[in-house]
Design a protein around this ligand. Structure first.
Ligand SMILES: CSCCC(=O)C(=O)COP(=O)(O)O
Ligand SMILES: [Zn+2]
Length: 214
């Protein structure tokens, strides 16, 4: 008889079901093209449920969700975790209150990342929807969404992200030509942050197309 896994298998099934449901909706919106994007949920103090690398995110099943430890190493699975597991793991390690990390590749996110890479940030200011971010109670505020250079070397990318993590009220970042990371205490909050970034980036792109400089 094999040893039981070092995590709650029932909780894993529950979180896998949640990931599958939400990611199907994100994929239907066109935010996960061509197997891109990855998603995770904290399972317990030492483990994270995360998508298997290379899977079609619009058609996830329980077999497409696996467990890694907080160093990003697979636990009890022969599958390869997301190529970007390190970026998820560093958020869970650094912030015990983070319970969910969502990474998508929508067209709006990708175009915005290209346009604002030079500036290194997108300033989001004066929008009512800023109140969607935890801790914000007014539109009379500004939030800077960082834009980082892309790299195929995950430790390099993770080191760039690490330098940002002391920032107050940081709920996401863009990677140039790549996509958006957003997180929260649970799926509902992370998804709200992801959708708010998507909407606000879309507004900024529309304003730019209209030649509006404000
Ligand atoms: C074809 S998408 C390139 C990799 C990527 O950026 C991504 O989000 C998906 O990688 P994963 O290993 O998590 O499937
Ligand atoms: Zn990606």
């Amino acid at each position: 008889m094999s040893a039981p896994p070092p995590y709650d298998a029932q909780q894993l099934r529950h979180l896998a079901g949640e990931i599958i449901t939400h990611v199907r909706e994100l994929a239907a919106a066109g935010w996960t093209p061509a197997t891109s994007s990855n998603f995770s949920r904290r399972l317990d103090a030492h483990h994270v449920a995360i998508t298997v690398s290379g899977r079609d995110k619009g058609r996830l099943t329980e077999d497409d969700i696996m467990v890694v430890d907080l160093d990003g190493q697979a636990v009890g699975s022969d599958h390869r975790p997301s190529a970007e597991t390190l970026l998820h793991a560093q958020l869970y390690r650094r912030f015990p209150e983070v319970g969910c990390v969502l990474h998508t590749h929508s067209r709006v996110q990708t175009v915005a990342s290209r346009l604002y890479a030079g500036a290194g940030r997108v300033r989001l200011e004066g929008y009512e929807l800023l109140k969607a971010f935890a801790g914000n109670t007014t539109h009379e505020t500004a939030l800077d969404l960082p834009v980082l250079p892309n790299s195929q070397d995950m430790p390099t990318l993770a080191a760039q992200v690490d330098a940002l993590l002391d920032q107050h009220r940081l709920w996401g970042y863009l990677i140039d030509g790549h996509g958006l990371y957003a997180w929260g205490r649970d799926m509902a909050q992370a998804r709200r942050h992801l959708e708010a970034f998507e909407f606000l980036l879309g507004c900024e792109l529309d304003l730019r197309n209209l030649g509006c400089t404000r």
